[in-house]
Design a binder for this molecule. Sequence first.
Ligand code: FE2
Ligand code: FE2
Length: 292
Amino acid sequence: MKVVHLSDIHVWRYTWNVGQLVGVRAWWMLALLRGRAHQFQLERVDEVVARVRSLNPDHVLITGDLTTSALPDEFADAKRHLAPLMADRERITILPGNHDRATRRSSTTNRFESAFGLYMPRLTFPWLRRLDDETAILGLDATRFHYTPRGRIPTAQLDQARALLTDAPGRPRRLIVASHYPIAAPPPYERELAAKRLENADELAAWLARVGPHIFCCGHVHAAWAFRPRELPDQLCLNAGAPLYRDPAALQPPGFLEIDLDADRVKVVHQAWDGTEWKPIVMVDERVFGKA
Ligand SMILES: [Fe+2]
Ligand SMILES: [Fe+2]
């Protein structure tokens, strides 16, 4: 089973229609869009989609921030660019990121759900989506319209997630937890995550520490990584990074993750774009499952 994990595509569109910016401070949004235009190379998006298709994945998982300011034009553009991956809705799962709820109106009118709700098993979180007899994605959503980029998973959602796994007819042997927000970050990114963290990460971590071996697919910090958080030794935390990002610190090339699941083994390849060509880099090749 091959899963391609994408995140933080951040389609952007300049807009001067202040009426669309109700619920945010227009100057803030315009500054954001101006910054994004420099940081995110939108002209590369179709090539990224073509690269994903060339890998022939069984499933594509996108962990949020498809847009920048959650405006209708951005959702329409994101859908258009991603259309080649969306032909079979059984083979793609899409979650929201905080940017997909950037305005009050986008949040209250469920703009993300209108655009991409077909690509989740249901519109409310949590949910469990079976990919095959052994593999399932547990979808969590900590995004909300808020004046900070910080997220929070409602306690009721966590309670339901616990029940979903407990009640599942046979816990999926290969569990993939999908969330826009990571619980923890590797040292070079700890400060960045602290500023835009999941406020109740401790609560989520305390539960996940008890669910056994799992993969945790996330985004939000625009850097690809594969690591095991100190407090979660049974978790392989995977961040797909942002495929169009121009990293000013040049710590990481942009790209996405190709995750091969073979029985209990997991091989993770960072499909990295070095500015000229794709460079596949093996991040993980180890036994992850089977200890539960
Ligand atoms: Fe993002
Ligand atoms: Fe984000």
